[in-house]
Design a binder for this molecule. Structure first.
Ligand code: F0G
Length: 458
């Protein structure tokens, strides 16, 4: 069915200009941004790989659906359409719209959390962990051991350690477990997929102990692609049917539609328990908006209803996963150390292996992110000791377990020549990797420092 060359299965109807820049200009921009790519202006960036969240290009069908938006405060037609799509996809009867994923997390985890409660996940995404900890509860990550070895090949590196899961539930007692959360695909673990067998085992363990099982489903279509192509027994199932099967294993889900919903804003919480849904709905109305729009406009809901269907198109998903793998495999061929196998939405570069001469306390990931910007105007995000580093009592850095840089690919936005440009930029960087220098922090806020910290090159 698929030819040797995977083409973008779309043509371009509207374009957004990219401002090209010189190396000298970029050196100045980066200095002004205190060597933190988050502080750059987007127009100073040539290829923006900061995130795949909310950065998708919408289809003509989505743009035209916007005009159908029913902006009624209550009971809008657009809500009916969106609710029907989500119910059909997830099978959950109670749907709460929110403006993005973390708003749904806030509704659910403040209900289920609180002091003494424990949440267990393959890996909690940052906002998930923050919402859980903010409630006073504890978040524990138990990915399989293979997940922590960047170069180790495993088809489902996003899996949770089910043996540890059973032990943790028994150790803490089912009553104290707020929920078990499977993040599909596992973003923080490299965009790695979770197998259906693993989800089924999680479901079985949770049912056996009477513990709630929640899916963080923001990249579930990409996860379904990996299941179809890697897990025996799923070759002939559609991507959508695979996603539906996974939803059926859980008691509810949270979805940031800014990823596989193919929209720039939107999300939802879906549950199968009426009582819990009613409690969350009360908070929804207090904090987000009325129950039939959450934090969204009618047109946002229309775009999301269309996006949630489009994302399961086989040609789209094949192009999506193949184009991420194309970038990863080309980088690997160049000798760039990356997390393998390549995940769904991003390529994760092992910056420590790339710059072995830069110690964690001089932030090799930040150095690589800065060099990518200066060399090619490419913006990406450090996921290492800038993001997760802590200090001990003497003020010494406790480094993150890995020093990674994430090249996240916006959906339907960049063409192959953009990606070839990223590859060529890496080829250039690899030539003088020994000359790369680390950085030191000159300012940092007490929380989430990676967003606003300021740096100086050493
Ligand atoms: N869960 C996962 C797995 C995510 O990756 C994100 C967001 C969220 C929840 C929160 O959703 O942003 O709509 O509030 N991830 C983005 C990223 C920010 O860049 O990976 P949100």
């Amino acid at each position: 069915m698929h030819h040797k060359i995977t083409i973008e299965p779309f043509r371009i109807k509207a374009v957004e200009q990219i401002k090209l820049s010189t190396r000298e200009a970029r050196q100045q921009y980066l200095r002004q941004a205190a060597y933190n790519p988050f502080l750059l202006k987007s127009e100073q960036v040539i290829i923006d790989l900061l995130t795949d969240s909310g950065t998708s290009a919408m289809s003509a069908a989505q743009w035209s659906a916007l005009m159908r938006g029913d902006e009624s405060y209550a009971g809008a037609k657009s809500w009916e359409r969106l609710e029907a799509v989500i119910k059909d996809l997830t099978g959950f009867p109670y749907i709460l719209p929110t403006h993005q994923g973390r708003a749904a997390e806030h509704l659910l985890y403040t209900r289920l959390g609180g002091p003494g409660k424990i949440f267990i996940s393959n890996t909690h995404f940052d906002t998930t962990r923050a919402n859980i900890e903010y409630s006073g509860a504890q978040a524990i990550d138990i990915p399989i051991a293979e997940a922590r070895r960047p170069d180790h090949i495993h088809p489902f590196k996003g899996n949770i350690d089910t043996l540890k899961l059973g032990q943790l539930i028994e150790q803490h007692g089912a009553q104290s477990i707020g929920a078990v959360i499977l993040t599909v695909t596992n973003n923080s673990g490299g965009g790695q997929p979770v197998s259906m067998a693993n989800a089924r085992e999680v479901s079985r363990i949770c049912r056996q102990h009477g513990v709630r099982f929640i899916l963080d489903a923001c990249r579930i279509a990409e996860n379904a692609y990996f299941i179809k192509h890697r897990e025996p027994g799923y070759e002939d199932k559609s991507y959508r049917a695979i996603a539906q099967e996974m939803f059926r294993l859980a008691d509810g889900c949270i979805m940031s539609a800014k990823k596989d919903g193919l929209v720039n804003i939107g999300g939802f919480l879906a549950l199968n328990e009426l009582e819990l849904a009613l409690q969350c709905r009360t908070v929804l109305i207090i904090t987000e908006g009325y129950a039939t729009y959450g934090g969204l406009s009618g047109r946002d809901m229309e775009a999301m209803a269309v996006g949630l269907e489009e994302v399961f198109d086989p040609d789209y998903l094949h192009y999506r996963i193949a184009s991420t793998a194309y970038l990863g495999n080309k980088l690997y061929e160049l000798g760039v150390p990356i997390v393998r196998p390549v995940g769904g939405h991003a390529v994760y570069v092992d910056a420590q292996a790339c710059y072995p001469h830069i110690p964690p306390a001089q932030y090799p990931g930040q150095a690589l992110a800065c060099n990518l910007y200066i060399e090619g105007g490419i913006r990406c995000c450090e996921i290492g000791s800038v993001m997760f580093g802590k200090y001990d009592e003497s003020g010494k850095l406790i480094p993150a377990p890995m020093e990674l840089v994430r090249l996240a690919i916006p959906r339907r936005v960049y063409t192959q020549s953009h990606i070839d440009y990223v590859i060529a930029t890496f080829a250039e960087l690899m030539q003088h990797r020994e000359a790369a220098r680390g950085l030191r922090i000159t300012y940092e806020p007490p929380f989430l420092r990676h967003f606003t910290a300021r740096f100086e090159p050493l």
